[in-house]
Design a protein around this ligand. Structure first.
Ligand code: BGP
Length: 489
């Protein structure tokens, strides 16, 4: 019997405006937090903390250098803003059923607190959605992917302030109303949990602005505001766009116990719960007891409004989306164990796994385990909205022989197939990260390449930005055309 994915499985690719769109000074766009993130060439790429920390001084320096795209790569991205037609044609050539992108909030409300939206920004996404429609590609839109308007940071401390809920709600009303006939699948906040690891890009929180305050409490307060905003956004979406599907988005960390010592097993359970607590909140519509216990034990006091609990309870998400790149180990006692980098974490190395050039441990079975765990926990449809391998590609005579990307995808697709057909997981679709080369979130490098499409630009933004089909481009095209059958050849 031929092995295929279920009919209607949504194959495609993912991107985000802050890393892909560029055009930071075009079409009336305002500054976003990501436009002020500098590439730290002298810092080791595995030192995620140094790469993901932004100070007030750094923001001042960024604003004093408004034309610098060399050191601020997210300003240029991969120039989707000016090349969207060409890129969408390439996605269509691969046979994409779905394309994940984010709307840059500061393109719609340049300062976040503007009275009226920026028509040119709205028109840009109209053009993009129309272009996708031409090829029957379904858009999957993230409302906020590391793109809060900078003005909200400087004026209100962004998500720490309750006011930001209102600004966000206004933005959501505008985009839902405008795109109601064009977009059915929505995600509210990309990796809502990531505020813990990079408070600036996710929450617009600059640590030095909170001197004298417990910064962990600041983060959880800001996250509470995002949970409430996400619930209201879900409600708005459902009201304005009947039949729309709204998902949460979680960084799916997967921690194995380093040994079968009960202490290590307990440690991994604790770490997994520290991952799940955010999706638990968005799926069940309330903070889980173990997170409330943590708040109590750590002396964290969240200021809530009386209506918050109801809003969250009444508007849970329709599906659960997540990113999955790697797995790691944990132990109760880490002494003497070697560590490696992961997606904005450092964790214990697993002796059974190989790592990418950036130290992320490659683990397709971990994807199957993740799918099963998430489905058993939530009983809601799942959507893998990020998965892929950052690698060093070489363009030779217009070609890129990226067999390593193919090998990575093939094993992960087999794991997905097993999760669907053996474990009974309801998986809506898959969007690879990223389907085209773009600026890395953690290191801001262009040379950490994930795409099926090569973009001719280096870490300094030098190059033609021309697009080239990699070997994996043709391979993925066959996978989609055969609905997964060719991965078993
Ligand atoms: C996810 C983010 C993405 C993305 C990806 C890969 O956590 O949602 O924005 O960039 O990680 O990470 P990196 O770009 O650091 O390789």
């Amino acid at each position: 019997m031929n092995k295929k994915f279920p009919d209607g499985f949504l194959w495609g690719g993912a991107t985000a405006a802050n890393q892909y769109e560029g055009g930071y000074n075009q079409g009336g766009k305002g500054w976003s937090v990501s436009d002020c993130v500098k590439q730290k060439f002298d810092v080791d790429v595995t030192n995620y903390e140094a790469h993901n920390f932004t100070t007030s001084k750094e923001i001042e320096e960024a604003l004093a250098n408004p034309d610098d795209v060399r050191n601020y790569p997210k300003r240029r991205g991969s120039d989707f803003y000016n090349r969207y037609k060409e890129d969408i044609a390439l996605f269509a050539e691969m046979g994409f059923k779905v394309f994940r992108l984010s709307i840059a909030w500061s393109r719609i409300f340049p300062n976040g607190d503007d009275e009226k939206p920026n028509e040119e920004g709205l028109q840009f996404y109209d053009n993009v959605f129309d272009e996708l429609q031409k090829y029957n590609i379904e858009p999957l839109v993230t409302m906020s992917h590391y793109e809060p308007p900078l003005n909200l940071v400087l004026k209100y401390d962004c998500w720490y302030s309750r006011k930001t809920i209102d600004f966000f709600v206004k933005y959501v009303e505008v985009i839902c109303e405008r795109y109601k006939d064009k977009v059915k699948y929505w995600l509210t906040f990309n990796e809502v949990d990531s505020m813990i690891r990079h408070p600036y890009t996710t929450g617009g929180l600059v640590k030095d602005r909170f001197e004298g305050k417990n910064f962990e409490e600041v983060i959880f307060q800001a996250m509470h505001h995002q949970f409430v905003a996400s619930a209201i956004a879900t409600k708005i979406c459902h009201e304005i766009i009947p039949g729309s599907q709204v998902g949460c988005m979680l960084t799916k960390m997967t921690y194995y116990p380093y040994t079968c010592k009960p202490e290590d097993v307990l440690e991994s359970q604790q770490r997994m719960r520290a991952t799940y607590c955010y999706s638990d909140t968005q799926v069940f519509g309330e903070y889980p007891a173990y997170l409330l216990a943590r708040f109590k034990n750590d002396g964290i006091n969240i200021v809530k409004h009386p209506e918050d609990d109801n809003v969250m309870k009444e508007n849970p998400v329709d599906f659960v989306s997540f990113s999955y790149y790697m797995s790691s180990c944990v132990a109760a006692d880490e002494t003497g164990l070697s560590t490696t980098a992961g997606n904005t974490i450092t964790a214990i190395k697993n002796p059974y796994l190989e790592s990418s050039d950036w130290g992320w441990q490659i683990d397709p079975i971990g994807l199957r385990i993740s799918l099963v765990d998430l489905y058993d926990r939530y009983r809601k449809p799942l959507f893998i909205v990020e998965n892929g391998l950052g690698a060093k590609d070489e363009l030779v005579d217009g070609e890129v022989n990226d067999q390593y990307h193919i090998d990575y995808y093939k094993e992960h697709f087999k794991a997905m197939y097993d999760a669907i057909t053996i474990d009974g997981v309801d998986l809506l679709g898959y969007t690879s990260w990223a389907c085209i080369d773009l600026v890395s979130e953690s290191t801001k490098q262009m040379s950490k390449r994930y795409g099926f499409i090569y973009v001719d630009a280096n870490d300094w933004g030098e190059g033609t930005f021309d697009r080239y089909r990699k070997k994996s481009f043709y391979w993925y095209k066959d996978v989609i055309k055969s609905n997964g059958e060719t991965i078993f050849e």
